[in-house]
Ligand binder design. Structure first.
Ligand SMILES: [Fe+2]
Ligand SMILES: [Fe+2]
Length: 372
């Protein structure tokens, strides 16, 4: 299985380099599921079916992103959400769930609903690809990372790692700035500077992480900011890629899923502000500041400023506008892949995984509107 996968990835690399792939048509099962059973007739790249090559590539990258999102949200739901027939698996961690509830009494419900949403995004995009005769994405081969050993988590292989995160919390000030925009090259201060360095668990690794109170609260606070970090990424990714899709149905899909990511982000942006200020007693380098007091506070940090501040958009000559940011389309898929990788989400994954992720992102970023 591993060798077949490697062959397949190497084949695609050859194609990209312009060398002939004739005769190298063996396809690794597991990486890309073929809607056609005629594997012997496979062309040099994935099948796009009745979609343009670019549309299929964008949807495949989004399917992969949604599969990865589902995997991480599933881990949150098992320990801190609501385990039911809609989102089965796990049995909950009482103390982790209680620590999350400090951010909002309904956190478990929101975690459940976010998890269910991602699952439907993943399943829908793949089903749409298949309905058009295009190849779909299946990452099951890479479900190799360890589960949390804390009581409540399923012991199954995972795609993502929530126990060694470096969380970029600059979305907090990015959405509160009235004069800067990442699409203009601007950078933004961290809300929780210490989360953006080192490696931090966002779920309890074992039951030892459940005490003392401020330690499990630090883990829940980390999750609270990570939720916003993940969902602001989706909020930018969809409009960024929408600019390069061709088919009206594909445009409708990305324009309809993208705003649900923004609904998630808006919720988490509100809840993160309720993270209790503290220093992690088991890691004194991890400090959650009081965002309403100096040196924080003011327009850039105040916790009730949860809606986007109007800022520069497209041109400095145009008036300020309340917008999602960033939305530049060039390299957006690779940017998302790099962003997820940099946060440590894939620590422990194989080189084949990273190669596939890069490959899917490259193909999505090659897509051009109106081109076959
Ligand atoms: Fe999603
Ligand atoms: Fe999402």
């Amino acid at each position: 299985m591993k060798n077949q996968l490697k062959t397949s990835i190497n084949r695609r690399t050859f194609v990209k380099n312009g060398l002939t792939a004739a005769g190298a048509a063996t396809v690794g099962a597991g990486m890309l599921a073929h809607s056609s059973s005629a594997l012997g007739q496979k062309g040099p790249e994935e099948h796009s079916g009745r979609l343009t090559k670019g549309d299929a590539a964008i949807l495949r990258f989004l399917a992969a992103a949604e599969i990865l999102e589902t995997d991480l949200w599933q881990q949150y739901n098992e320990l801190g959400g609501i385990q039911d027939s809609e989102v089965p698996g796990g049995s909950g961690s009482v103390l982790y769930t209680a620590a999350l509830a400090v951010l909002d009494a309904d956190m478990a419900q929101y975690i459940h609903d976010n998890t269910e949403d991602e699952l439907t995004h993943e399943v829908f995009i793949n089903a749409f690809l298949a309905s058009k005769g295009a190849d779909t994405v299946n990452l099951d081969e890479f479900r190799t990372l360890a589960s949390s050993k804390a009581t409540g988590a399923q012991q199954i292989g995972r795609l993502t790692n929530l126990m060694q995160l470096t969380v970029d919390t600059s979305w907090w000030t990015r959405y509160r700035s009235g004069s800067k925009n990442p699409d203009f090259g601007d950078s933004f201060d961290q809300a929780v500077p210490s989360l953006n360095v080192g490696q931090h668990p966002a779920i309890p690794k074992t039951d030892d992480d459940l005490t003392p109170d401020d330690h499990i609260q630090a883990i829940a606070n980390t999750a609270g900011f990570h939720f916003g970090t993940i969902e602001q990424g989706g909020t930018s990714l969809y409009p960024s890629l929408a600019q390069r899709v061709t088919d009206p149905d594909v445009l409708r899909i990305v324009l309809s899923i993208g705003p649900t990511e923004a609904m998630h982000f808006q919720t988490w942006s509100d809840k993160a502000g309720n993270a209790r200020p503290l220093t992690d007693p088991k890691d004194s380098s991890l400090v959650f500041p009081d965002l309403n007091s100096p040196p924080f506070g003011g327009e850039e940090f105040q916790t009730n400023l949860i809606m986007p501040e109007p800022t520069i958009f497209l041109s400095r000559k145009l008036p300020a506008c309340s917008i999602v940011r960033p939305t530049a389309t060039k390299g957006a898929a690779m940017g998302a892949a790099n962003f997820l990788t940099a946060m440590g989400l894939f620590i422990g994954q194989s080189s084949a995984f990273f190669e596939l992720l890069r490959d899917l992102a490259e193909d999505a970023d090659d897509a051009k509107r109106g081109h076959g």
